[in-house]
Write a protein that binds this ligand. Structure first.
Ligand code: SF4
Length: 239
């Protein structure tokens, strides 16, 4: 249960942040993973017609439920999310040299796959932008407890905004249900955090929300390279 008045304040603050980004940081883009938090931001941006682009990284290894979100978004908002895909030659080289699922073999192999399928396409998507937006929340993991609403993204030489930084999980689902926002069917199957299909599994009750991501790795090594703070990668650790 979320406190309604506090929820309304957080929602109003998020809308104000999006207004500020749209007016002061054009061109700005929102990097959507098509998961629940990102659907809240998608709905706010599209319904209120903020001048903010939306893109998603189509890694080539996403769940069919995640890909189905593209049709759901088109049906709901009459908008196509821009997709950034990995360089085909780089993917083919990786697969030829190491195998199609080499990311299970070592942390280095996993990071190289994330670099090819996520980091390089992200860098392309952010080129020429003044700011980018994510759906990260402080409550998602121990390393996000200090997550700021606005960060200086040194690595990408732009501002990074996390307008849902102080939202609770209840806030997210309250917004989704009260506004009839479409959401990824995997959330109803035990996936609170959704990434690529071979690297994400459902979690058990009581497990950390990101326990299903790269579950075979030591928590210390869990990061995909998308989120950097002061030029350093943010480490994703279990609570
Ligand atoms: S999450 Fe897995 S499949 Fe997706 S880019 Fe990273 S290693 Fe590759």
């Amino acid at each position: 249960m979320n406190d309604t008045s506090e929820y309304e304040i957080r929602l109003a603050n998020t809308v104000a942040i999006l207004e500020k980004i749209a007016s002061e940081f054009t061109p700005a883009v929102f990097a959507s993973s098509l998961a629940a938090e990102d659907m809240v931001l998608t709905d706010l941006i599209l319904r209120r017609q903020f001048n903010i682009g939306i893109f998603s990284l189509e890694t080539g290894r996403l769940h069919k439920e995640t890909l189905a979100m593209l049709d759901k978004i088109r049906a709901t908002y009459a908008v196509d999310i821009q997709l950034f895909k990995p360089n085909l030659d780089a993917v083919e080289d990786y697969v030829r040299q190491h195998g199609v699922n080499a990311f299970y073999d070592s942390v280095d192999m996993r990071k190289e796959c994330c670099r090819i399928r996520k980091v390089e396409p992200l860098n392309r998507a952010l080129k020429g932008k003044k700011a980018w937006i994510t759906g990260q929340r402080r409550a998602q993991s121990a390393t996000r407890t200090e997550l700021a609403v606005q960060e200086d993204d040194v690595a990408h030489a732009m501002q990074k905004f996390n307008p849902l930084a102080d939202w609770t999980e209840d806030d997210v689902w309250h917004y989704i249900r009260s506004n009839n926002v479409p959401y990824n069917a995997l959330h109803d199957k035990g996936y609170p955090s959704i990434g690529c299909e071979p690297c994400t599994r459902a979690i058990q009750p009581g497990e950390d929300v990101r326990a299903g991501r790269w579950w075979w790795e030591n928590p210390e090594s869990k990061e995909c390279g998308l989120h950097v703070v002061d030029g350093k990668l943010v480490r994703i650790k279990a609570i």
